[in-house]
Design a protein around this ligand. Structure first.
Ligand SMILES: [Mg+2]
Length: 332
């Protein structure tokens, strides 16, 4: 029988426990990248009760209190991972900023939280005590968090040398805007099925790669900052782009993206040159050997501000990407 229950199914699960005179505990959390701290915490929570119900924060609720890049794993993935643990008896979704409504609905015998919250700080403690429940805090024993794991991964990624498509030293970098330059422009593109290569892109990129240029995407993705789509959806579109480029033998060396909204006043959103400057620093490449290809003025300005040559395609520039590639290959 599945341990993953809808909120309504939990009503029946609770009623069955009550009639069997068994006491259950309730805890909630994001459980984004399940780690040893979570496993230990849930095992010890289960040790305090006869059955343990875990409410997993919905994707929406996590975006409200963490950064817009989270969660990394979807709510369905996170629920299925938590449900696989021996210590967990039932899993449901928490599509709310606070667990109060669920606590009042199910009245768990034990409301369990990690030890970094004192009972006093818990917004729901009064409600639990009001119906005669007990608030239990489990001291945190593993000094690890999902955020720390993400930081470790990023550190490893930063230290890894960029892998060139061939062994020869790169002739330069061609920076590429993604939407409207490589892929057909579609507002806030987040569905990989909508990724469509523009005419001449595969051929043009292959020519540039053959001539020894590294291909690096620099893209504004304010849809992430605005909460229109997640980093995961952004990555899925990139994966679709890579698949579309496979027949041309093209390798994109790296993707730099700005997740901020225009209101964030960051230094990476084009027309700011932040993404290009960072890429040149990380690839050890001087601006004189770099080009920026885009479809908007902001791309040209970012390229110019970074000291690169620029060329536009589309309405305000050359007709196809292949022409832009030919222009770069003719450059001295
Ligand atoms: Mg564009």
């Amino acid at each position: 029988m599945t341990k993953i229950l809808t909120n309504d199914q939990v009503d029946g699960w609770v009623a069955a426990l009550r009639s069997a005179n068994r006491k259950f505990g309730y805890t909630c959390g994001a459980f984004d990248l399940l780690h040893a701290g979570h496993v230990d915490y849930l095992a010890r929570s289960r040790g305090r009760c006869d059955a343990l119900l875990v409410a997993v924060n919905s994707d929406w609720s996590i975006r409200q209190y963490k950064d817009p890049h989270r969660p990394i794993c979807s709510e369905l993935e996170r629920m299925s991972v938590v449900a696989a643990l021996e210590s967990v008896d039932a899993v449901t979704i928490l599509n709310d900023l606070r667990p109060l409504a669920q606590i009042q609905r199910w009245k768990p015998d034990f409301y369990i939280k990690g030890g970094d919250y004192s009972t006093r700080q818990l917004h729901s403690a009064d409600a639990v005590m009001a119906y005669g429940g007990q608030v239990v805090t489990i001291p945190v024993s593993h000094q690890v968090s999902t955020s720390q794991i993400v930081e470790r991964i990023l550190a490893v990624e930063r230290l890894a040398p960029p892998s060139p498509p061939n062994d020869a030293p790169a002739k330069g970098i061609v920076f590429l805007d993604r939407d409207g330059t490589l892929l057909k422009d579609s507002p806030y593109l987040s569905d990989p099925r909508e990724a469509e290569l523009l005419p001449g892109v595969g051929e043009g990129l292959a020519e540039l790669q053959r001539a020894g240029y590294r291909l690096v995407i620099v893209t504004n993705q304010q849809g992430i900052g605005l909460g229109y789509f997640s980093t995961r959806e952004f990555i899925a579109v990139n994966a679709a782009l890579f698949r579309l480029l496979t027949p041309f033998g093209v390798t994109i060396s790296r993707i730099y993206y700005c997740p901020h909204s225009a209101a964030d006043a960051c230094d990476c959103r084009k027309p700011a040159p932040g993404l290009l400057l960072r890429a040149m620093r990380e690839f050890g490449m001087e601006a004189q050997r770099c080009f920026m290809v885009g479809d908007r003025d902001v791309d040209a300005i970012a390229g110019r501000s970074a000291g690169c040559s620029q060329v536009l395609v589309g309405a305000g520039g050359l007709a196809t990407f292949a022409e832009a590639a030919a222009w770069i290959l003719r450059s001295p």
